[in-house]
Design a binder for this molecule. Structure first.
Ligand code: T4K
Length: 382
């Protein structure tokens, strides 16, 4: 112990720290019966009973036909690309989390970045066509912050050029448009159940697929390519969700509507309180019928007294840890910087957004007094 650093003093600031998100957790006692079942059965993974039950329950809850659970959303993305045999080039957005483009590199696919729409910050369909080459085989849009992409326009382009569409719907759990679940669009959609997401299984994710045959192929791919004890049909990976995560997901599903309602109330409170703050613009929704309030992004405009980064720092001084999702752009990371499509001139809307957007804390446990406190700090800046 002698040479270790002194314990950090516990200050009143520590007590009041507010992070961009905090996972929703049900009462621990409610999870115990699930754990007992796992302990008794000794079935820990490889598609056990909780895994099967959660797949079924999520299909019903989300209003989709088929779904394959994964250990996380990134493995789901990597596997979705394999399932559709995507190769060559894939058009995607630079305004996302690193995992979106990384899943392409893991498959030896070249990402081609296309700019985003200024209102939704989703891939701009009007700019996709110009980026298509003979090597293009797919489009990977992101429903950023859970706001749906222009799915009709994207599908039209995909149909015209015979391209696959894989939606990175990591943020879009439970989101519905006029046609029902947003997860039904494209060839495949992937969702994330990471601790920071609206529905979490600690770590987790899923691929939503349109038919049983595709799900079967995905199930093989997430289990090393095994079809049976002696038959391996592809160089699959270990992407399976464990029984603990699946059991936890079943319990979480019982609480998710309540958690979403709390998010909705926080979103409404922010919008009301921020309406009169000059220079802070709340992002409008993108026409979803049912939103999930996964994030609360605001745009810090020129007439706000300080820059987005200065606001981020100022909030931090008050113990409020907002996040600059998504700064830097993926195209600015070293492994993508050299690509022709990473040229900032092609990505001016995404580049501007990455310098102006700040995601304020939103999670079911955030109370109205805390929201007021956050807004009063923002509003009080001269
Ligand atoms: N595609 C998109 C568009 C994505 O946004 C993501 C993930 C993926 C694909 C990949 O899905 P997964 O493979 O992750 O399933 C977080 C998450 O780690 C990541 O899942 C998420 N996107 C991304 C947008 O956000 P960080 O680096 O911001 O996480 P971190 O650890 O800084 O957490 C943020 C805050 O949340 C912390 O300040 C405190 C709180 N927190 C976090 C964790 C992990 C907790 O209170 N408890 C926790 O256990 O990336």
């Amino acid at each position: 112990m002698g040479s270790s650093a002194p314990l950090r003093a516990i200050t009143s600031l520590d007590d009041e720290r507010i992070y961009v998100t905090q996972p929703h957790l049900p009462p621990l006692a409610e999870f115990m019966p699930y754990l007992e079942k796992i302990w008794n059965s000794k079935t820990l993974t490889n598609g056990g009973p909780f895994h099967q039950q959660l797949e079924k329950a999520l299909c019903e809850y989300l209003g989709v036909e088929h779904l394959a659970l994964f250990a996380n959303g990134t493995l789901a993305l990597v596997t979705a690309l394999q399932a559709l045999r995507v190769n060559g080039e894939c058009i995607t957005t630079p305004y996302s989390f690193a995992a979106t483009a990384h899943s392409l590199l893991w498959n030896g696919i070249k990402p081609v970045f296309v700019d985003v729409d200024p209102d939704t910050l989703n891939l701009d369909p009007e700019k996709i066509e110009a980026a298509i080459t003979p090597q293009t085989t797919a489009i990977m849009p992101v429903h950023c912050y859970g706001h749906p992409c222009d799915v009709k326009a994207i599908q039209k382009i995909a149909d015209n050029y015979n391209l696959k569409v894989i939606y990175d719907a990591a943020h879009a759990f439970g989101v519905q448009t006029e046609d029902g679940s947003v997860l039904k669009h494209g060839d495949l959609s992937i969702v994330s159940f990471h601790a920071t997401k609206v529905f979490n299984t600690f770590e987790g994710g899923a691929i939503v697929c349109p038919d049983a045959k595709t799900k079967q192929r995905i199930d093989h791919l997430k289990n090393f390519g095994f079809v049976d004890e002696v038959t391996v049909v592809a160089a699959g990976i270990n992407g399976k969700m464990s029984e603990i995560n699946a059991a936890f997901g079943l319990l979480q599903l019982q609480h998710v509507d309540n958690a979403l309602a709390k998010r909705k109330a926080i979103d409404a409170q922010y919008r009301e309180l921020l309406a009169d703050v000059p220079g802070i613009r709340c992002m409008s929704d993108a026409g979803e019928k049912v939103a999930n309030y996964a994030y609360f992004p605001v745009q810090v405009e020129d007439n706000f007294p300080i820059s987005r980064d200065a606001l981020y720092e100022r909030l931090k001084e008050h113990g409020i840890f907002a996040r600059r999702y998504f700064y830097p752009l993926i195209s600015e990371f070293p492994m993508y910087r050299g690509l022709p499509s990473s040229d900032q001139n092609n990505l001016s809307t995404a580049a501007a957004a990455s310098k102006r957007i700040l995601c304020l804390p939103i999670y079911p446990g955030l109370n109205p007094v805390q929201v007021e406190r956050i807004v009063s700090i923002v509003a009080g800046i001269q």
